[in-house]
Each structure stands twice: as structure tokens, then as C-alpha cells.
Design a protein around this ligand. Structure first.
Ligand SMILES: NC(=O)c1ccc[n+]([C@@H]2O[C@H](COP(=O)([O-])OP(=O)(O)OC[C@H]3O[C@@H](n4cnc5c(N)ncnc54)[C@H](OP(=O)(O)O)[C@@H]3O)[C@@H](O)[C@H]2O)c1
Length: 231
């Protein structure tokens, strides 16, 4: 992997990046720092033939995926992605976002504290999830999941570097709630056509981004974009 653009560290031109280099390249810029990591084809698809992102990612994407996980205090994921991708526990807590409040089986038996649930006051799965995860691990911020409030609650628990792994509908909601500091995106050299979702599907937005880093490996582009806020 090589560095094509680096507005943050001045390492343009470096090649053969190893795992330690990637950790330096992807360090969060502040605390708290909320970012999302997504993968897309050149024709803008978030999924491949399998209907999941697993059929479009590749080795370069996986290397950055692992780096971002290693730099995170918690992983924030929409329940749809956790279900579709069969999420299990990770090295850091998984924070599952769900209106209905059901915890997928693959996460239900995790050790206490390994899975947190952010859900709604009226969630149908609330009582069951409290029993499975522990009352203190179920965060209710109102009739909707208030993502700005969640950012505060997680920071109070020492979870300040938060990596969202999507999916597309949670991504759009994170943008609408103005809680994202950074978008990390891998563009794989592939076209898939068809009727696949884009990486963000939800409310319209006109959020400016600033490209800070661009890496390349075998035609795969891996970028960091900071979310631009006025002032
Ligand atoms: N290309 C990529 O980088 C990438 C990344 C991740 C996923 N994906 C793909 O995306 C697909 C899944 O898409 P998706 O849109 O269903 O994913 P998603 O955003 O992970 O899941 C949607 C579900 O998550 C919960 N949710 C999302 N936002 C919420 C909010 N603001 N408040 C409360 N609950 C919220 C709801 O769960 P409940 O139904 O439980 O209430 C909602 O039905 C899969 O095919 C996956 O492979 C692609």
C-alpha cells in the first residue's frame, strides 16, 4: 500500500505500508472522535452479488478495517448489518443500534459488557435485551435513538474513539444527527451494476467533506475525509 495524499502527516510517496504504519496514518484527530468505515464499488454499490459487503471487499480493505478496529474504543453498528453480516463480539464493545431492540443470536451470549444496545423506550425487545445484556448495557435515549445523546453517554463511559461499520441507513442517520467527524471509504476496482444500495441511504444532506488521506493498493483507493463544520 502507498500514500498518494497525506494532509495530516506529510508522508506522501511512502510505499509498502505495514500494520504499524497504518495505525499512524489512521490515528483519530481529536477526542471524542466518531468515524465510519465503508466500502464501495466504482459504480457506487455498497454490496456485491451476495447482497452483502463481504463480496466486494478485498485484502487492502481488510487491512484498514482491522486498523480502524484496533484504534477504536467501541464499534457502532446498525442492527441490519449485525444481522446480515453475522456480527460476533470483538476486542472492544459492540454498540448495536436498533429501534426494535432485538439482539441477534450471534451477539446475545457475549460476556457482559461486550455488547451494548442503543434502543428506544418502546422497543419490543427491550425487556429481553435487558435480561440478556444486563440493564446497564442497554441505553435508552427516548422514543428514538438520539445519536447525539448516545455520543455523550459513550464518552462518559470512556468510549470516545467510536468506529461505525454502517450500514447504509445508520450512516445516513449519523450524518443527519451531525455526530460524525470522519468518513473512511474504500473504493474497490469493481463494477457490479444491478440494484444495490449506496453506502448511505436516508435523509438528503449537503455535508461538505475534506479529503485528508488517500492510500492505494492494486487499484483500490482508501481515503479519509473529515466532516467540515462551519466555524
Ligand atoms: N459497503 C459497506 O461498507 C457496508 C457496511 C455495512 C453494511 N453493508 C450492507 O448493508 C446492508 C444492510 O443495510 P441496512 O441499511 O439494513 O443496515 P443498517 O443501517 O445496519 O441497519 C438498519 C437497521 O439498523 C437499525 N437502525 C439503523 N439506524 C438506526 C437509528 N438511527 N435508530 C435506531 N435503529 C437504527 C434498525 O434496526 P431494527 O430493525 O432492529 O430496529 C434498522 O432496521 C447489508 O447488506 C450489509 O452487507 C455494507
Amino acid at each position: 500500500m502507498r500514500i498518494l495524499i497525506d494532509e495530516l502527516g506529510g508522508r506522501v510517496g511512502e510505499t509498502d505500508l505495514d500494520a504499524d504504519d497504518l495505525v499512524e496514518v489512521y490515528r483519530p484527530l481529536r477526542s471524542p472522535w466518531w468515524r465510519i468505515n465503508m466500502v464501495s464499488t466504482v459504480d457506487g454499490s455498497a454490496t456485491g452479488a451476495s447482497g452483502r459487503s463481504g463480496s466486494i471487499n478485498n485484502g487492502a480493505d481488510k487491512a484498514v478495517f482491522e486498523t480502524l478496529r484496533a484504534l477504536a474504543d467501541a464499534i457502532l453498528v446498525g442492527a441490519g448489518t449485525a444481522r446480515d453480516e453475522g456480527y460476533g463480539p470483538a476486542e472492544v464493545p459492540i454498540v448495536l443500534v436498533s429501534r426494535r431492540g432485538h439482539v441477534p443470536e450471534t451477539l446475545r451470549d457475549a460476556p457482559r459488557g461486550a455488547v451494548l444496545l442503543a434502543t428506544t423506550a418502546g422497543a419490543e425487545g427491550l425487556a429481553e435485551s435487558r435480561a440478556a445484556l444486563g440493564e446497564e448495557n442497554v441505553i435508552v435515549t427516548g422514543d428514538e435513538v438520539d445519536l447525539a445523546a448516545l455520543r455523550g453517554v459513550l464518552a462518559e463511559r470512556g468510549l470516545s474513539s467510536v468506529l461505525s461499520e454502517g450500514g447504509p441507513s445508520l450512516f445516513a442517520d449519523l450524518v443527519a444527527a451531525d455526530v460524525l467527524d470522519e468518513v473512511c471509504l474504500t473504493v474497490v476496482p469493481q463494477l457490479v451494476g444491478g440494484e444495490h444500495p449506496r453506502i448511505a441511504t436516508g435523509p438528503d444532506t449537503a455535508t461538505p467533506l475534506r479529503l485528508t488521506t488517500l492510500l492505494e493498493q492494486d487499484g483500490t483507493l482508501l481515503g479519509r475525509w473529515s466532516v467540515e463544520r462551519p466555524g
